[in-house]
Design a binder for this molecule. Structure first.
Ligand code: 1PR
Length: 591
């Protein structure tokens, strides 16, 4: 994790916060995963957030959560509640010792987390709790902090319970950092909480990792391969910690949490040794969301960004309700769900409460990463009140987003940076990545092809293209646009991608206006150009119309993920069919 600054704990709403739930937005008041599966298309409003599975309710159904206010732990809370447990937040060091079971979802940067634990007198208590072999589950940074030290902005001293130093992934060997996505594990010993997972993938998002050694061997319950063989989980007695995010790992993640919360679950499968997996290619479902002319928030989808029907009424295409569709795509096997608020550039996102509610409701039942974009920028409202882009993003994170996506504002930041060569630290990109880590910041690029006879006709990176332009032009550059493709800027996608990587973007969502909604395949020239140019993951977007388009983009470019909208909304091809095709073609995916 790269985050360096903590936001105040009081900014984060507590577990029991309830919101009104208009039926037009609400997807599922589920009591169990099975209930969710059965009822997701027949939706009723819930009375609130605190939902339990009745079979698990007893006096022991309380989980103590160590949330020191560094970031979004809403998903962990949602997953715990989804499994039928109530949450008690640690307020004092004594609460740690009084816990029946403690979950520590570390968020933010190593040094800042240790600082808070030390200042609040919790570090010592945490060590005592773990040394007494009491039920503990650390997640992500919650695993790293158990080690002696970390190189993240350091060396910085950790809790020192496990021998070893946490270091950064080496990106010089071609592996993209952060490590974002789904990997299977190599299970080393009877890990109890991992007994169900077999060869299934779990979701990682991190730049630092702990390495196995003779000194920490007795702790290691699984490893994962990403350039290095790093420690994916540890176990000693009742003490567990995982580098991945069970709360974002779909069914398999919920089963891991259930085994920790409910250790008497029957063991169904014994861990098996198997060959190491590669990082799976992700298939992402994208929901372009906007308010239609009747004032309802709907999922829409354009052709080359034109989302209106070509009828006399010229209405906005309505493809369904955002929460319903997100829930459906989760159950269909989407590795991530992205919401793009496509009119966010002209509306004030914090005034867009329905969008925030969409996130809140979705995150109650969708346990894969959620990205939200649209309108993230500094803003002054009608009363003169100034909101920084960080405040806007924080509200999205608090509402359940794991990543935010920045479009127009990233273009302005990159233009400025390329002009002055100075990182001001003030752009939305820099501010948000500094606080939440670069893995939480996606830059969405909306380029349009400009054909050229001669690549030297422009100062931007131009390439020879596979399909010549209308007048036989053999070259093109990819002009960035802002405001939903409405305004072209004097910067190319190549220059933008490299600049935003330097400014702190953790991932690039690479759209293509020419291909959007056409169903004729991704723009391989563009995706190859950008995925070769940067070391952060690139999500290929726009143009998927058949399963072969997905295998083509993964075979011919270095894209880490492929995002599609129309093909799924129009129910032309289910997500699982895309994945089965990829698997058949020898491309690793999460099934
Ligand atoms: O500029 O920070 O407010 O962000 C606005 C965001 O909204 C950007 O991410 C921008 O891409 C998106 N956006 C703006 N206008 C539109 C539009 O369609 N009129 N949607 C729009 C862009 C592109 C993809 C789409 C793929 C796949 N949508 O996300 O889903 O092209 O479609 P396909 O598989 O059907 O081809 P800011």
């Amino acid at each position: 994790m790269e985050a360096v600054t903590f936001t105040s704990a009081t900014q984060f709403p507590t577990a029991g916060s309830s919101y009104s739930s208009p039926s037009s937005l609400y997807a599922c008041g589920s009591h169990s995963l099975q209930f969710f599966r059965r009822s997701s298309h027949n939706l009723k409003p819930s009375k609130g957030f605190s939902i339990r599975a009745s079979s698990f309710v007893d006096d022991d159904s309380v989980v103590t959560l160590l949330d020191y206010g560094a970031g979004n732990v809403r998903s962990v809370r949602n997953a715990i509640r989804f499994l039928g447990f109530d949450i008690k937040d640690v307020q004092t060091p004594e609460d740690i010792m009084n816990a029946k079971r403690l979950i520590f979802p570390g968020v933010g940067a190593f040094a800042a987390a240790m600082d808070v634990l030390n200042k609040k007198g919790m570090a010592e208590m945490l060590c005592a709790y773990i040394e007494q072999d009491r039920p503990f589950l650390g997640i992500c940074l919650g695993l790293q902090l158990l080690f002696e030290s970390s190189m993240e902005n350091g060396p910085v001293k950790g809790l020192g319970l496990i021998p070893g130093v946490v270091g950064r992934f080496d990106s010089s060997n071609g592996f993209r950092v952060p490590h974002i996505g789904w990997n299977a594990l190599q299970i080393n010993k009877d890990s109890q909480i991992l007994d169900d997972i077999g060869s299934r993938h779990v979701y990682f998002v991190h730049s630092y990792r702990a390495m196995p050694s003779d000194d920490n061997r007795e702790w290691i319950s699984s490893t994962c391969n990403y350039g290095d063989n790093f420690i994916a989980s540890v176990r000693r007695g009742n003490v567990h910690a995982v580098q991945f995010h069970p709360e974002k790992s779909g069914d398999v993640g919920l089963s891991i949490l259930r085994r920790f919360l409910y250790p008497k679950c029957e063991i169904t499968k014994k861990p098996v040794q198997k060959k190491a997996s590669k990082l799976a290619k992700r298939v992402i479902a994208c929901l372009d969301v906007r308010t239609n002319d009747k004032g309802d928030l709907v999922v829409t989808k354009g052709d080359q960004y034109d989302v209106r029907e070509h009828t006399k009424e010229n209405e906005v295409r309505n493809l369904g309700k955002p929460v319903d569709l997100a829930g459906k795509y989760y159950l269909d096997g989407a590795d991530e769900v992205s919401f793009l608020n496509i009119t966010g550039f002209r509306d004030f996102p914090l005034g867009d409460l329905p969008m925030l509610q969409v996130l809140r409701y979705t995150s109650e039942n969708v346990f894969v990463p959620l990205t939200v974009g649209g309108g993230i920028r500094d803003f002054t409202d009608g009363t003169g009140r100034y909101y920084s882009s960080l405040e806007v993003a924080s509200e999205y994170f608090r509402s359940g987003a794991d990543k935010v996506s920045i479009g127009s504002d990233a273009v302005y930041a990159a233009e400025q940076y390329l002009k002055t060569g100075v990182k001001t630290g003030k752009s939305s990109l820099e501010q948000i990545s500094r606080v939440y880590g670069n893995q939480a910041v996606v830059v969405s690029i909306d380029p349009r092809r400009v054909y050229l006879k001669d690549p030297n006709d422009v100062e931007f990176k131009a390439i020879r293209v596979r399909n010549p332009g209308p007048n036989g032009e053999e070259y093109a550059w990819f002009q960035c646009t802002v405001n939903g493709g409405r305004e072209g800027r004097l910067i190319g996608a190549f220059e933008l991608a490299k600049a935003v990587e330097e400014l702190g973007a953790g991932e690039i969502l690479l759209n293509c206006i020419d291909c959007d909604g056409q169903g004729k395949g991704f723009d391989i020239d563009l995706i190859k150009l950008i995925s070769d140019a940067v070391r952060i993951p690139v999500i290929a977007s726009s143009g998927a119309g058949a399963v072969e388009h997905f295998s083509e983009v993964f075979s011919e470019t270095k894209a880490s993920a492929a995002l599609a909208a129309g093909i799924f909304h129009r129910k032309e091809v289910p997500i699982q069919t895309v994945k089965e095709h990829l698997l058949k073609e020898g491309i690793e995916v999460r099934l």
